[in-house]
Design a protein around this ligand. Structure first.
Ligand code: SF4
Length: 356
């Protein structure tokens, strides 16, 4: 298997990269779209970034929003026609709570568009699980608790939910080996001592990978780093142990547990990545990225409630420059490193390109 989390995938789309600057006047389709089909969720996580009053993410989210079925089918028709490469279903809410998810993935499965989903795994059963198992590229289950009791406390969900999800994942892997099943382990101070054991448990279940990520607790990088400072060394040690004793053929460990500060401060004035990976919310609005979803003042690119996504996308390139990261994005941003890489590529002096 090749590299899954490399940020260099974009260099397989040089035409897209070259179209990004304002001066080109060219608009190519986004390569990847995150669709948030619904804001409803069957869990109530204590740390949910979308529901936290302290984080800018999701600050204008209405939990009742859900993309109407007809609109969703129209969006997917456009996505297929535009030649978008991949769709990921994600939250706001839990994608598997969306009543039309099965219709969506059947449509995508019959198209060239690759698809994936983030999920809590509680509804990973029945026909929709079968379609994912046989046709999706990947599925990632978010995890925090390490047993029924801790899981119930994190998620304020019914007792026994952790065991049910473990069973769902076990059954999912038995349906087909086509879909890569990952787990995203969100680390905070409560579960920090259980990182190695949880990874080991996930390996026993049969998942393909575990990604270790820090829980984001503040808009400020320094506050996040202060929060994680007390557990940092212990988590790193466990991650290292998991890499050396658990990772190997058929099971991967991705250590994304790192200082968060570097992902916060921005000095650039436009965001290349918002044309590469864009977000459609359950409110039928298009946002710059998953870190500014449901932020109407600073992350909104426009509404597709009363127009088709393809018409919106291909009209007026100026909308892609409505976000100035140096002014409004000094918070967590998964694309910061990729943006810096693309800007450096685009800013290379043309006269000197030959002197590689
Ligand atoms: S710089 Fe980051 S946070 Fe800002 S719009 Fe771009 S991807 Fe989103």
């Amino acid at each position: 298997m090749g590299l899954l989390y490399t940020d260099k995938k974009i260099f397989h789309y040089t035409d897209k990269i070259d179209s990004l600057p304002r001066e080109t006047g060219r608009i190519l389709p986004p390569l990847h779209i995150r669709i948030k089909p619904t804001n409803a969720c069957n869990h109530n996580c204590s740390y949910c970034a979308y529901r936290s009053d302290d984080l800018q993410l999701g600050k204008d989210m209405d939990v009742r929003d859900s993309i109407p079925r007809e609109k969703m089918m129209e969006i997917l028709d456009d996505v297929i026609e535009m030649g978008v490469k991949a769709v990921t279903f994600s939250g706001g809410g839990e994608p598997f709570c969306y009543p039309h998810l099965l219709d969506c993935v059947k449509k995508l499965a019959a198209s060239p568009v690759k698809f994936a989903s983030l999920t809590n795994g509680a509804r990973l059963t029945g026909e929709v699980a079968e379609v994912f198992a046989h046709h999706a590229t990947w599925l990632r289950v978010s995890m925090d608790g390490w047993d029924d009791k801790s899981y119930m406390e994190y998620r304020r969900c019914p007792d026994g939910e952790f065991s049910r999800i473990v069973e769902n994942m076990r059954s999912f892997k038995k349906m087909s080996n086509h879909c890569y099943l990952g787990v995203s382990l969100i680390v905070d101070r409560k579960n920090a001592a259980h990182v190695y054991d949880t990874i080991s448990c996930m390996k026993d279940i049969g998942v393909d990978s575990v990604k270790i990520s820090p829980c984001v607790v503040s808009n400020l990088g320094s506050e996040n780093d202060a929060y994680h400072g007390t557990i940092f060394d212990s988590v790193k040690e466990q991650a290292q142990e998991a890499l050396s004793t658990l990772a190997g053929e058929g099971f991967e460990v991705f250590d994304s547990y790192h200082a968060l500060d570097e992902k916060f401060a921005k000095e650039y004035q436009w965001c290349p990545y918002l044309q590469v990976l864009t977000v459609i919310g359950a409110d039928q609005k298009v946002y710059s990225c998953q870190d500014k979803a449901y932020n109407l003042a600073e992350g909104l690119i426009g509404s597709i409630e009363s127009r088709r996504f393809k018409d919106f996308w291909f009209t007026d390139k100026e909308k892609f420059f409505c976000v100035n990261p140096s002014q409004v994005c000094n918070h967590h941003c998964v694309s910061n490193h990729k943006n810096k890489m693309l800007l450096e590529y685009l800013e290379a002096d043309r006269e000197h390109l030959g002197f590689v």
